[in-house]
Unconditional design. Structure first.
Lengths: 591, 674
């Protein structure tokens, strides 16, 4: 934090609080010299500075906040700094034994409070907050030791860890105001600002399983609840007769609840077949979760039953009109049962689609048995749609895994922002590459190598992190993420720096320092710069013109082996959506 | 097949075991008969309801129809004849008008086309015109001569054999179609006028106005708000292009009332209890749902009863001659109301009768049939009595008329007898002057003879005595007043020891008035007896379980589901569903609180960890915590597989989504218990 140091030397005003903190730190870690201690601030204990405003922004009284904040940080000219330092140093043993920085700073503040009556109230508020913070930290320790016994040993920075995780614990402990809050209040209670801090830990990519491993493991896994799940299903199966009755009476059925309902519904289909006497029911099954499913497919499916051989128009709307017309004509046919798995799947969520399905099933000779998985599916339908759908809802919680509905590995990758939409991972990529010309392969190799290089150049800094860098970077920044709070804290810091005014050179230093740390982080996430890659490719005689370069890239794009996106600065960046290990293996194979 | 998009289901394997029909056993043996009984019962009721619903707006439809007829004869040139139908807040649901108009068109002698446009038909003028033209040209016209149809099909295939090819949003196409089919009117209904974009609506109206000379348009707007609002939204040119007339439609609350009346009116064998009806009405009132859904609820109640209550077989018309299995007879003996009846028999020392009932199926059988018939009769008498109560209310001045549904709900819960409502009613009668009372009595008698509402004994006699009394009083213009009439009492205030005392003073009554009061007394006691006799508490009737259905839970579960709650509960306390031995939530006092346990399903564990976190969740830490809970004695990769599955499921359920705020973090998007 060079800038601050500059400020320290130049401005008397600001000296005081800094001294305080410094003193505190010295006490906490007597070994380190003042210089390094100052540098250490951000990583570990700077939470006094950064933590306080956060907390103030949060739960506690807003009115006192800005005032006291300013006081603590920058305007405590009322008292000679010597006094503070001395006051602190007079009790070296007691303070030294106390390892908590917060408690110490609280003590400092309390000392000040004694000599400084007029601000007593505001300071007390701060002290109170800090105290609470401490108590919470203790809670955290408890929680984490209870919850994750092996965890503390693993994590390099304990405080970071503790700060992050067990907010839930804390929540449990905060005396919840009233037990029976109305839903909207409950929302604000559960979603209240403040204390949304998570640790900077990352999920090591090697622990995530790829498709092969996942399926191997999940198939080998034996659910201890098999019998219970089976019993649950038997319970639902007892209502099959009821469902048949309801469908026959022209009502439609919608099944909801946790767990895949596919198997149950298919058994129901079998059952209706078995129960029917002479005329076997006509059943159309729509797998709503199939990627790329459109309403057109459904209509074609229905059309294949009721309008055999007829030429269907291309537009779904016209097709539906024709189908309705056909339905009117065929008055005496036996009813059709339309089964739609996952009616609320993203494929079918468009209002047009739902409206068409509703119109189709509103016809008396078509009945619908649909399943819905998401908790909020009724929002799909407005009044007129619900009227057309005539649903009866049944809770069929099955606890069966969504085996077919979800591609687990892909979902998790998408969720964690890892590789998306890749073509069967490494193997698929290799397959594509085999069929491409030499140049393309070389280009891909260059890209992969660059990406690995970037990742490596940046990776160590994250793990070692703030431990040895004597800069003001906090872990958030290192990760190249712009957390709202970090941004907020930064904003709060910036004016203060400016207030110091004379920190010009320091500011430059900061400007220089940040991008250096940030740039690789960004690129590792965002990929290789387009220009850079092009120049590399030209150097390696892979291509001679940008046109050729584009052509080569297009092939990769088509196979979803390369992703391109624009970073904050607007530069196009290319990346191969794979994990680093996979990339390495890929390079090996390419050679 | 599970990865196919759409396929026609074929049963797997031809194993006979799978395809064997499951034969019902025990009480289910009567299901077939109950099913038939339901069909019979419901068809009757459905017809009654339909008839009532159709008649409700019949006059409005008539008016609309007349208006349209008139428009074909003499329309203002350059202006589109427009019917504006005020449907009220639930207009979107009440497309009944246009449906009925469409039916008339089918039967009418003019060739008309009815096209309905809704806001979802298109978002641009072009799209709207496209759908309009497509609908118009593909639909049959009013007449259905066979050769006509053939011509039309021919014509559909090559819409415009001669001339230049037109774009599919050119109204010229519609004009050609209209000319070829000699259509006399093209009616366009705007189903949800408010939902249209104002500009779009104005544009299309202006355009239709331009074509009005070539194509005989007519419009129908369904409006939920007000005409002023519509006018504000339309451009001036659009307003000028319309020549409108307003039509009112019955509100849905009125429709519901009609449905209720129709429902109680028919001689239905199954009566719906007060709890269910009030729940249904409440929902109908709180959330504007269409009448259809109310009818569906009634139907579902009926279905539930016949499906789930094996004894409903006794409601089957003509069930006297057919025997049911001994199971059913045994089931009848288990009914609470039968047990109460048996106790009463014992108290009356009719042991032999009871013994017979308990031992002989046939005796019980006939008893059930008798008592069910009797109970049904009593209930329909009760509904008729409710009508009497309403009649009285209508006749009395300053008395609000309660709706049939609310009276029914009160009566079915057995609270109407001696309720404030009835008591005030009787008191008001006692205060009423003679002209009103005589009218009331006449009305009662005529309704008895015409509609068969019950009366009390001697009401004719009272009427003649009233008449005599009034005859003798002919010279006076004033009607007779009873003793309790407020005009015959004066309030007197006296001050005693600095306290004000109020005392009522009855003014001296004339001879006629005294007689009148006496007659009034007779009338009110008669009515009181009538109410007391007929307003029975249904739960006191023997075998009311058979002909009164009052279960709220099936209705609630089937029509107002709480899917979110169900999923949250399944994940937070899986034990509730799985009922397993391993993850019962803590022994003893901790029972209420859900606790994490390694035995719970992986997703449930993950969900509970998820609940503990804030709006951003560090996936790495989540994994650590998850591993700490589930990882004991398990391979890491296996735990990871479960973890990934859990994450994927939570994402699929829409509980978390990816965030770019921080690396390896996910955003929490759903909070519990909201």
């Amino acid at each position: 934090m060079p800038k601050r140091k500059a400020g320290e030397t130049t401005i008397d005003e600001d000296l005081t609080p800094r001294k305080i903190r410094k003193a505190v730190r010295d006490d906490a870690e007597p070994i380190v010299s003042p210089q390094t201690a100052a540098a250490e601030t951000p990583s570990g204990r700077k939470s006094i500075l950064r933590g306080t405003p956060r907390k103030l922004n949060g739960i506690h009284s807003v009115e006192a906040t800005p005032k006291s904040l300013r006081k603590v940080l920058f305007t405590t000219p009322l008292k000679p700094d010597d006094e503070v330092v001395q006051a602190d140093e007079e009790t070296p043993t007691a303070v030294g034994n106390d390892r908590s920085a917060r408690r110490k700073s609280q003590r400092v503040l309390q000392t000040r409070e004694e000599s400084d009556d007029e601000d007593a109230e505001a300071d007390e508020a701060i002290a109170q907050q800090i105290l609470e913070g401490d108590a919470y930290e203790e809670d955290d320790e408890e929680a984490s030791t209870r919850d994750e016994p092996g965890l503390i040993a693993d994590t390099p920075s304990k405080s970071g860890k503790l700060r992050g995780r067990p907010k839930g614990r804390r929540r449990e402990r905060t005396p919840s105001p009233v037990p029976d809050l109305p839903p909207h209040e409950l929302y604000f209670f559960q979603n209240r600002a403040g204390g949304n801090k998570t640790s900077a830990n990352t999920l090591p990519s090697h622990v995530l399983l790829d498709h092969d491993d996942y399926f191997a493991k999940i198939n080998a896994y034996e659910d201890p609840h098999v019998a219970d799940v089976e019993r649950l299903k038997r319970l639902h199966k007892r209502s099959f007769d009821q469902w048949i009755f309801e469908l026959e009476e022209g009502l439609n059925i919608c099944l909801y609840g946790y767990g895949s309902k596919r198997e149950l519904v298919m058994e129901f289909a079998e059952y209706t077949y078995g129960q029917a006497e002479s005329q076997k029911p006509r059943v159309i099954v729509v797998n709503g979760y199939t990627p790329g499913l459109t309403v057109r497919d459904i209509l074609v499916g229905v059309g294949s039953l009721i309008a055999k051989g007829a030429k269907l128009p291309a537009q779904p709307a016209a097709m539906l009109d024709l189908l309705m017309l056909k339905l009117e004509e065929l008055t005496t046919t036996q009813p059709i049962l339309l089964i739609i798995h996952s009616l609320d799947h993203a494929n079918l969520r468009k209002s047009m689609t739902q409206a068409m399905i509703a119109r189709l099933v509103a016809h008396p000779s078509i009945s619908l048995l649909a399943t819905c998985d998401t908790p909020n599916f009724p929002l799909l339908w407005d009044v007129s749609l619900t009227r057309q759908l005539r649903f009866l809802y049944h809770d069929t919680t099955t606890f069966q895994p969504y085996r077919v509905e979800i591609d687990v590995v892909e979902e998790v990758n998408a969720l964690l922002g890892r590789s998306r939409r890749r073509l069967g991972g490494k193997d698929g990529g290799a397959y594509v590459l085999k069929s491409l010309p030499e140049n393309a392969r070389n280009l891909f190799k260059i890209l992969v190598e660059e990406q690995i290089g970037l990742a490596e150049s940046f990776e160590p800094t994250t793990t070692l992190g703030a431990a040895n860098s004597d800069d003001d970077l906090d872990p958030d920044d290192l990760l190249g993420a712009s957390d709202d709070e970090a941004a907020l804290a930064e904003e709060q810091n910036t004016p203060s720096r400016r207030a110091r005014g004379r920190g010009r050179p320091a500011k430059k230093a900061k400007v220089a320092a940040r991008p250096v740390a940030r740039a690789p982080a960004v690129s590792a996430m965002e990929g290789v710069e387009y220009r850079a890659l092009y120049h590399k490719a030209v150097e390696a005689f892979v291509c001679s013109s940008e046109l050729a370069f584009r052509t080569l890239l297009k092939e990769f794009h088509d196979h979803a082996m390369v992703e391109s996106r624009r970073d904050a600065g607007g530069t196009e960046r290319l990346s191969v959506p794979m994990g680093r290990e996979e990339l390495r293996r890929m390079v090996e194979e390419l050679e | 097949m599970e990865y196919e998009k759409v396929y026609v289901f074929e049963p797997e394997g031809e194993r006979p075991a799978k395809r064997r029909r499951v034969e019902p056993q025990g009480l289910q043996t009567s299901w077939r008969r109950r099913r038939q009984a339901f069909d019979q019962v419901w068809t009757v009721q459905q017809q009654a309801l339909d008839a009532r619903l159709e008649s409700i707006n019949a006059s409005t439809v008539d008016k609309v129809w007349q208006f349209l007829e008139q428009a074909t004869l003499d329309g203002q040139p350059g202006r589109i004849p427009t019917g504006i139908v005020l449907t009220g807040a639930d207009g979107a649901t009440g497309s009944g008008i246009s449906k009925q108009v469409a039916e008339r068109i089918r039967g009418g002698k003019h060739r008309r086309i009815l096209l309905s446009l809704s806001s979802s038909s298109g978002t641009s003028l072009k799209a709207l015109l496209k759908t309009l033209i497509a609908k118009a040209t593909s639909r049959r016209t009013g007449s259905s001569d066979d050769d006509e149809v053939d011509d039309e099909d021919e014509e559909l295939r090559n819409p415009r054999a001669t001339g230049p090819k037109l774009l599919n949003y050119d109204l010229q196409l519609l004009q050609d179609h209209v000319r070829e089919h000699r259509t006399e009117q093209v009616i366009i209904t705007f189903e949800d006028t408010e939902a249209f974009d104002s500009d779009l609506l104005s544009e299309i109206i202006e355009l239709l106005g331009c074509w009005q000379g070539r194509i005989p348009f007519a419009c129908l707007f369904n409006i939920a708000t007000s005409i002023d609002f519509l006018q504000q939204r339309l451009s001036k040119a659009a307003v000028k292009a319309l020549a409108g007339q307003v039509f009112d439609v019955a509100l849905s609350s009125a429709e519901i009332e009609q449905v209720c009346e129709a429902m109680f009116d028919t001689d239905t064998p199954l009566w719906i209890g007060s709890g269910l009806v009030s729940t249904m009405l409440e929902r109908q009132h709180d959330y504007i749902v269409s009448v259809d859904s109310f009818v569906a609820a009634v139907k579902y109640a009926c279905m539930s009863h016949f499906y789930a209550n094996a004894l409903s077989v006794f409601l089957e018309p003509g069930s006297e001659s057919r025997d049911v299995g001994p199971d059913h007879i045994e089931a009848v003996r288990q009914l609470d109301s039968f047990k109460a009846y048996a106790r009463r028999l014992l108290d009356d020392r009719q042991v032999a009768v009871l013994k017979d009932l308990l031992e002989s199926g046939a005796a019980l059988w006939s008893l059930v049939l008798d008592k069910v018939a009797e109970g049904r009769q009593k209930l329909s008498a009760m509904v008729q009595t409710l009508k009497v109560a309403r009649l009285v209310q209508q006749r009395l001045p300053n008395t609000p008329v309660s709706s049939m549904s609310s009276l029914y709900v009160q009566a079915m819960s057995g609270k109407l007898v001696g309720s404030p409502l009835i008591r005030t009613l009787l008191l008001t009668i006692r205060k009423a002057p003679s002209n009103i009372v005589v009218d009331l009595l006449r009305e009662l008698i005529s309704s008895h003879t015409e509609k068969g509402t019950p009366t009390f004994s001697g009401c004719h006699e009272i009427l003649t005595r009233f008449d005599d009394l009034i005859e003798s009083q002919k010279h006076s213009k004033k009607p007779l007043r009873g003793e309790d009439d407020s005009q015959n009492t004066t309030l007197r205030t006296t001050v005693v020891a600095q306290k004000v005392e109020l005392s009522k003073q009855k003014s001296a009554l004339s001879e006629q008035d005294k007689k009148y009061t006496e007659l009034l007394g007779l009338l009110t006691t008669g009515l009181e007896e009538l109410f007391a006799d007929n307003l029975v508490n249904p739960t006191n009737l023997v075998f009311h379980e058979i002909f009164v259905y009052d279960l709220k839970s099936p209705y609630r579960e089937v029509f107002t589901p709480r899917p979110r709650h169900a999923i949250e509960r399944a994940l937070a306390t899986p034990h509730d569903y799985l009922d397993c031995d391993c993850c019962g939530s803590g022994q003893g006092d901790e029972g209420a609180e859900a606790t994490l346990a390694a035995t719970q399903p992986a997703t449930a564990v993950l969900y509970q960890l998820y609940l503990e976190s804030g709006s951003l969740i560090n996936a790495g830490d989540l994994w650590q915590a998850f591993q700490a809970v589930l990882g004991d004695g398990r391979e890491e990769a296996e735990t990871m597989a479960l973890f990934q599955r859990g994450l994927a499921e939570l994402r699929y359920l829409g509980m978390m989504k990816s965030t770019r705020k921080r690396v390896d973090h996910v955003a929490k998007v759903m909070w519990q218990g909201l």
